[in-house]
Design a protein around this ligand. Structure first.
Ligand SMILES: Cc1ncc(COP(=O)(O)O)c(C=O)c1O
Ligand SMILES: [Zn+2]
Length: 421
């Protein structure tokens, strides 16, 4: 059984039935899924969730599907890592990383939103799905639609990383590169959704798609032992995940599953595309669109559809924002790799770099629990690190050849003092 009651406009509240619709006819505001929370009370419990599968579908009662999940049976429930080595470096005793770089099957947070959107697309009877993407969504739509036996038509800006293009193409979708940036791609996709009648997951299925992002927040709370971190630092591209993590926290509080200790949400963006962070820092309620120029291509959205909601959530929660330069992003990627053994892409580097700035400037106190959302995997964006890592020596397969380059590497026995001879 489903607790979904319909769709409702986020601005004027006009109610709509459960159909493929993104915009309110009355005020052109975005529509969102409405649930019967009263009916959930007592039925959706810690125990009911814990008895579910080890995937995002353990939160099925809080997601907008009618029947059984039809995509992403192994997506979500990614690790929440206690980052002790990085935390020690930063002087933060309770530092956590929600690691969606380990999401299945496409190694980014987008496996969550696509699992929900494709399930809903199948319930609506669509046979073709698509998306406008900065790369990770393309990868996820291609994989999940292949597994579900649906046709996929995917639109991306022309200049994405090769890893993301190859990782998408291998699943056999129709992939189209658009001359322009993400905002141009998105505009075209809105027209295509109308003209062709396909399920474009982040356009006409957007109300269902965005709900999948709540599972990132549900998992943080459950994996912390049904507790919310005082601070959550989240990246902003289109502005989906940030407000949805907040919504997840609020739903768990309202259902009595966690206590309300005033969780704060902080926004992170790349300095080359930071309309939301700028608006927050200047106290504005709306943002000025930008033309993106950053290596963090997956979050390079200059005119974010849900940007105003990201701004509102940060303000309502008492959070803040930061933006990070390309150099800071790359340095944060390498720092995370060296301290925690996690290789993230520039979106994750952005979030960590911004979290470090907020900690070092005292905006986030070091002695409070902090969770940083790592939303993508560095294996898809290896060109970002090009020219920054040490040259790799090539030597003959001889011990002397190795010894000649190993003067700075102490022998284990000398270091440990256990050598016998
Ligand atoms: C790796 C990664 N992180 C974060 C985001 C944030 O997206 P949004 O703000 O649209 O939820 C994206 C979007 O494409 C992404 O690819
Ligand atoms: Zn409306």
């Amino acid at each position: 059984m489903s607790f979904v009651r319909g769709l409702a406009c986020k601005e004027c509240g006009t109610a709509y039935p459960v159909t493929a619709r993104m915009i309110c006819d009355e005020c052109f505001g975005p529509v969102e899924v409405a649930y019967d929370y009263a009916a959930m009370r007592g039925k959706v419990t810690r125990a009911s969730i814990e008895s579910g599968p080890r995937s995002l579908w353990r939160y099925k009662d809080l997601l907008p599907i009618e029947g059984e999940p039809k995509a992403g049976p192994r997506s979500g429930f990614t690790p929440l890592v206690r980052a002790e080595r990085l935390g020690r470096e930063l002087g933060v005793p309770e530092l956590y990383l929600k690691d969606d770089s380990a999401n299945y099957p496409t190694a980014s947070y987008k496996d969550r939103v696509v699992a929900v959107a494709i399930t809903r697309a199948i319930e609506f009877g669509f046979d073709t799905v698509g998306c406008a993407s900065t790369g990770n969504l393309a990868h996820a739509v291609a994989a999940h639609s292949a597994a579900a036996g649906l046709r996929a038509v995917i639109f991306i800006p022309h200049d994405l990383e090769t890893g993301k293009v190859t990782a998408t193409l291998v699943f056999g979708p129709r992939l189209v590169k658009i001359r322009g940036n993400y905002d141009d791609v998105n505009r075209l996709c809105t027209q295509i959704a109308d003209e062709y009648g396909w399920a474009i997951v982040n356009v006409n299925l957007r109300p269902y798609y965005t709900e999948g992002a709540k599972t990132h927040g549900f998992e943080i709370a459950e994996q912390l032992g049904w507790r919310l971190p005082k601070h959550t630092v989240i990246p902003v591209a289109g502005g989906t995940i940030l407000p949805k993590v907040w919504k997840a926290y609020r739903e768990l509080i309202d259902l009595g599953l966690v206590s309300d200790d005033g969780p704060r949400i902080h926004a992170s963006q790349a300095a080359g595309c930071d309309p939301v962070a700028r608006a927050i820092l200047s106290g504005a309620t709306t943002f000025q669109p930008q033309k993106p120029r950053t290596i963090a291509k997956s979050i390079a959205i200059g005119n974010p559809a849900d940007g105003p909601y990201a701004i509102r959530v940060v303000r309502d929660s008492g959070g803040s924002a930061a933006s990070a330069s390309d150099e800071e992003i790359l340095a944060a990627i390498e720092r995370l790799a060296r301290t925690e053994g996690i290789f993230t892409e520039p979106a994750g580097g952005t979030t960590l770099a911004c979290a470090i700035k907020l900690i070092e400037s005292g905006v986030i106190p070091r002695d409070e629990p902090i969770c940083v959302s790592i939303t993508g995997n560095g294996l898809k964006t290896i060109e970002a690190q090009e020219g920054r890592l040490p040259e790799v020596p090539v030597i003959e397969a001889k011990l002397e050849a190795f010894a000649a380059i190993a003067q700075d590497m102490p022998r284990a026995a000398e270091r440990a003092g256990t050598r016998q001879d």
